[in-house]
Design a protein around this ligand. Sequence first.
Ligand code: IMP
Ligand code: MG
Length: 198
Amino acid sequence: MTTAEHGFTPSPTLRAHVAAYERDIENVLVSEQQIRAKLLELGEAITADYDGRRLLLIGVLKGAFVVMADLSRNIRLPLEFDFMAVSSYGIATKTSGVVRIIKDLDHDLEARDVLVVEDIVDSGLTLKYLLKNLAARKPASLEVAALLRKKGIQQVPLDIRYVGFDIPNEFVVGYGLDYGERYRNLPYVATLKPEVYP
Ligand code: IMP
Ligand code: MG
């Protein structure tokens, strides 16, 4: 589909990646290039830190699937993968504090080195709940890698070993993050124009 069919021309400062989405984008907070460089850096750190260990990556669905795919290809170690699905948001943009496990892991965590991969840590409630749940399964180690952290407004202090970017307290989409299940495939992290929200 061409941009002409959508009746608008994407801003030259944005990548014309999903033409139908770009009219909704307000600001690109983290560019595709910045994400690529950061995931390379994090991948190298994880490669060094876990050398000689049996690392299991746990992705938190759905948002983490993009970070998981790109980060894991920068980790030059034998890896195993597992996924968990939790719900905390529905389609709203505020944390409810209620976390529900929708899909549990296939792996037994006992004596495994576990790295939880998250798209974003906002209030930290989701992660706090998850870490408590996972720690009870007796892994050898349990750490977190998060692409984004909303700095300053976290309701629960959490020790996140690998953080990509600290961002302001704004709702963002892209790179796996959605608003109403849309925008996940944008290659950058961006805010939406106010008129996009009902
Ligand atoms: P928390 O429990 O407040 O830390 O929220 C964690 C989850 O809420 C993330 O894994 C996301 O799925 C979702 N979330 C938090 N902030 C945003 C955002 O800015 N955009 C999209 N989803 C978000
Ligand atoms: Mg979501």
